[in-house]
Design a protein around this ligand. Structure first.
Ligand code: DI6
Ligand code: FE
Length: 412
């Protein structure tokens, strides 16, 4: 048998490989070796080849999963919306608050007013909260700046969080999140500005991995989104879309038409939208946090998505308004309870399917050649990841084969 030299060897582990399309892919009494940041060997320990190992860890039967992937967050912002939470509890709706100048617009005011250092220090505890649960890849959207300098500031802060944590951060341009006050009544002009000025400039700075928009009666129309997506396509940037969250706008089919990486939310998704997503391979990103906080009653059509073979991701949507949920494990649990995902679907949704929603095929499973982003848990079965709410059994996180410690949360 060929020798196996490794930088890291995890032994005596219960491996949740997520091999294939369904189930856990469990390997009992397993071992996993990493070299040069990637998984070099995985399988039953009894079959492990001999070789030189730099660091060996006996996991005493602990559970090993791929590092988690949160593929939809708005975690970089300033200020808070706790007053809005209270108003919604008193009966005001999200749309009413948005139309009265609250909602996204109030976070835009606070985010524009914050300097880059303030924005970084306010965002860091939220980012750290995700990292503390074994999340190793995080998508972060702009969309609370809505002018070129403020959007750039948000994207730079997102990238800084990636650098200082060693984790992968993917940045998504969400300039089409809401209409900024200076474009009041001129939504088409704002979309033109995004497509011809702001997006090309931010892309030229290397700050944009994908382009997103809010397609909704209180956001932008499908025709406006299509013009923005044309601009993204011209720059070679992939697209994704907040679609069918509060009403059916045909957003999922629109995203599918542009070969979108994902369509997200989808409570009002139609059969036509499901068919279009299935044909284009667009991932359905489920965001049960927003559903929960807005006390929604209409769940996305999970059974139909499953039957059509549309891959389903699960993410936090971490944002100050509709989903102040800083826990991907909780999102997995809510996806099971509210949407009836199986716990294995929830874990796949927060690993390799979430990665696919970001265009990343190199992570999310325990398989040779995948990035050695790994989470270790004090659990005796992987269903325990989603079967609790508010329980974090994380023991270790490895990022590209190196142990990573949770960021200290700076007091402010
Ligand atoms: N849908 C959402 O759930 C978030 N953005 C969006 O387009 C909400 C963002 C916020 O309320 O601040
Ligand atoms: Fe969102």
């Amino acid at each position: 048998m060929a020798r196996l030299d490794a930088d890291l060897l995890l032994r005596n582990a219960r491996l949740v490989t997520l091999a294939g399309d369904t189930g856990w892919g469990l390997v009992e009494q397993g071992a996993l070796a990493a070299r040069d940041g990637a998984i070099a060997w995985v399988g039953p320990e009894s079959a492990l080849p001999a070789g030189e190992v730099l660091r060996e860890v006996d996991l005493a039967g602990a559970l090993v999963t791929p590092g988690l992937v949160d593929c939809h967050t708005h975690l970089v912002y300033a200020g808070n919306r706790y007053g809005e939470f209270e108003r919604r509890l008193e009966g005001a709706s999200y749309e009413e608050i948005a139309r009265a100048g609250g909602g996204i617009a109030s976070t835009v005011r606070a985010t524009r007013a914050a300097n880059e250092a303030q924005l970084l220090s306010q965002s860091r505890p939220r980012f750290a909260s995700l990292c503390a649960e074994g999340v190793t890849t995080i998508e972060i959207k702009s969309g609370y700046g809505l002018d070129r300098a403020s959007e750039a500031k948000m994207l730079r802060v997102a990238r800084a969080l990636g650098r200082e944590s060693g984790r992968t951060v993917r940045t998504t341009f969400l300039g089409a999140h809401a209409l900024p006050p200076e474009y009041e009544g001129r939504a088409d002009a704002y979309i033109d500005h995004l497509g011809s000025d702001m997006l090309p400039a931010l892309a030229a700075e290397g700050l944009v991995d994908a382009v997103d928009a809010f397609c909704e009666t209180i956001g932008f129309t499908p025709a406006q989104v299509a013009r923005l997506f044309d601009a993204a396509a011209a720059l070679g940037l992939p697209v994704k879309l907040h679609a069918e969250q509060l009403s059916d706008q045909g957003g999922a089919a629109l995203a599918a038409r542009y070969r979108g990486l994902s369509a997200d939310h989808l409570e009002w998704l139609s059969p036509e939208g499901i068919g279009a997503m299935a044909r284009s391979g667009t991932v359905a990103v489920l965001l049960p946090g927003a559903f929960h906080f807005l006390r929604e009653t209409r769940a996305p059509p999970i059974e139909q998505l499953r039957a059509a073979g549309v891959p389903m991701a699960v993410a936090t949507d971490l944002n100050p308004g509709t989903s102040p949920l800083a826990s991907l494990l909780a999102a997995m649990s809510l996806a099971c309870t509210h949407f009836r995902l199986t716990p294995a679907e929830a874990l796949r949704g927060a690993t390799h399917v979430g990665a696919r929603a970001l265009g990343l095929a190199d992570r999310g499973r325990l398989a040779v050649g995948q990035r050695a982003d790994i989470a270790v848990w004090a659990l005796d079965h992987p269903a325990g990841l989603a079967a609790h709410l508010g329980f974090n059994a994380l023991l270790h996180t490895f990022v590209a084969g190196e142990e990573s410690h949770v960021l200290r949360i700076a007091a402010h």
